[in-house]
Design a protein around this ligand. Structure first.
Ligand SMILES: Cc1cc2nc3c(=O)[nH]c(=O)nc-3n(C[C@H](O)[C@H](O)[C@H](O)COP(=O)(O)O)c2cc1C
Length: 190
């Protein structure tokens, strides 16, 4: 079982990083092979809507996203972690998601499996936001669930914490990090 964690925050060691690390530890404790990608360290050009992927089934932009495609293809579980930035996922995460247009083209234009094979994949979403309002996570959830649906990744759950703003605030939450560890275990369980 291969688990890919994708960190979308620019803040290293911040709240979503801490939660993602616990989810990954939980999966590793059940024997999973884990890898975490830090999007902020990568060069991912935003989608140029050139439609080259409609014929090639792959993106013609040769940057770090090529490595991310490979990691997505090899993963059985995919954990996306992003804080809210202006109600959505971070720009780093959105650039990665938009580049999955090449996988959309594979599926809907070329009628191929978006991730190369038809094994069951499951996806999990981690987010935090500083505010406390109703439906805080709905816009980000719509984006993430759309990505997972397009990539034929079953939505397996989420951890969403409002009212978390300062760096490291999540560590003061009574049980968030423990919830994250347990969610990781569950993600690779039956
Ligand atoms: C550019 C920017 C935009 C933000 N927009 C929102 C927002 O729309 N709603 C919200 O609840 N918090 C917002 N926040 C607060 C972050 O979501 C919050 O500080 C979070 O804990 C950061 O998580 P991190 O430590 O994983 O980066 C924003 C922060 C930044 C820097």
């Amino acid at each position: 079982m291969r688990v890919l964690g994708i960190a979308g925050s620019p803040r290293r060691g911040g709240n979503t990083d801490l939660l993602l690390a616990e989810v990954m530890k939980g999966t590793a404790s059940r024997g999973a092979e884990v890898k975490t990608i830090i999007l902020n360290d990568l060069k991912i050009t935003p989608c140029q809507h050139c439609d080259a992927c409609f014929e090639a089934g792959r993106c013609r932009i040769n940057d770090d996203m090529q490595m991310v495609y490979q990691e997505l293809e090899q993963a059985d579980r995919i954990v996306l972690a992003s804080p809210l930035h202006f109600m959505g996922v971070t720009a780093q995460m959105k650039a990665m998601i938009d580049r999955c247009q090449a996988l959309w083209a594979r599926k809907y234009v070329l009628k191929l499996p978006p991730l190369g094979d038809r094994r069951e994949r499951k996806g999990f979403f981690i987010s935090v936001g500083g505010r406390r309002i109703a439906n805080l996570f709905e816009p980000a959830l719509a984006t993430v669930k759309t990505l997972f649906r397009v990539l034929d990744i079953t939505y397996a759950g989420e951890l969403l914490f409002p009212g978390i703003d300062e760096k490291g605030a999540i560590a003061k939450h009574p049980n968030a990090l423990n919830q994250a560890f347990l969610a990781g275990q569950e993600l690779v369980g039956e």
